[in-house]
Ligand binder design. Structure first.
Ligand SMILES: [Zn+2]
Length: 280
């Protein structure tokens, strides 16, 4: 499931082929993804020039020269495939197609159709229901240990749940929360409000590090991403704890004890992976 680094990788793949380019043709091959596509979707994109491709949390923002923004979310299984030279036959789950004046074809492929797209009028982005309550970008200028501490203050929920709350910090999901908490040595069960001072600094740095490492790994696959075969720009990264229940812990010697190794617990109905010895 795409999280912030995967969306950032998609952005980095799309920007060079879309920015400054005119959309010659835009086709939706079905009327809906997760939600219905806006009326006149294809017509409203056709003939427009893309002024910029941005990311906010897990949303892609493709800004057009008429002030409208194409807002896209990858959902569970969505990806953009870029075909620059050879354009292969359409696949069943290629739902939206954009062709640029350079002859590049971009296809949004989404087998499970949890992704969605919307056209947002100029000036309505900040108040858009999906975007208006989102917290600071973890890699942006308005996020640091002090801001993190302030948003966790008074929260009696486990830190795992607090970090999944998009108003605290934008774009973190189940995978990178588990990875960041492991790196910071913080138990996912710890009460959010108790994280301050050195612990908050550690957590802040861990969040930045896991995201940057994943983006760097994704970034290196961009050339593949843009191959005619057009595989998505995200892939299974190697994780320290996520999905590793029962495996040896890469952070300490806990695996030597009978109850050691990476544990899996359920929190708010979702799996959490962690080391009970290293993470406190
Ligand atoms: Zn351990």
């Amino acid at each position: 499931m795409p999280e912030l680094p995967e969306v950032e990788t998609a952005k980095q793949g799309l920007a060079p082929v879309l920015e400054g380019r005119r959309i010659e043709r835009a086709v939706a091959r079905r009327p809906d993804l997760r939600f219905p596509l806006p009326d006149g979707f294809g017509q409203r994109l056709t003939g427009r020039t893309v002024t910029s491709v941005k990311r906010r949390a897990k949303y892609l923002l493709i800004e057009l020269d008429d002030g409208v923004t194409l807002l896209a979310h990858l959902g569970m299984s969505g990806c953009f495939r870029i075909h620059e030279n050879h354009v292969p036959p359409l696949e069943k789950h290629d739902h939206v197609i954009l062709s640029t004046d350079q002859g590049v074809e971009i296809r949004f492929n989404d087998p499970r159709r949890f992704g969605f797209m919307d056209l947002v009028e100029a000036g309505e982005l900040k108040t858009h229901p999906l975007l208006k309550d989102i917290g600071p970008e973890p890699l942006g200028d308005y996020f640091n240990a002090a801001i993190l501490t302030r948003s966790l203050k008074g929260r009696r929920t486990p830190i795992k749940s607090a970090l999944l709350d998009q108003t605290v910090v934008a774009g973190l999901g189940n995978i990178y929360v588990a990875e960041a908490l492991f790196r910071a040595g913080i138990s996912p069960k710890r009460t959010a409000a108790t994280i301050a001072g050195g612990r908050a600094s550690k957590l802040y740095r861990a969040i930045i590090e896991v995201l940057e490492l994943a983006i760097a790994a994704g970034g290196s696959s961009i050339s593949d991403h843009r191959q005619p075969s057009g595989e998505p720009g995200y892939f299974q990264h190697s994780f320290a704890v996520y999905g590793r229940e029962g495996e040896a812990c890469p952070g300490c010697d806990c695996s030597l004890s009978a109850t050691g190794g990476i544990r899996r617990i359920q929190q708010s109905g979702r799996s959490t992976f962690y080391c009970t010895k290293r993470q406190r």
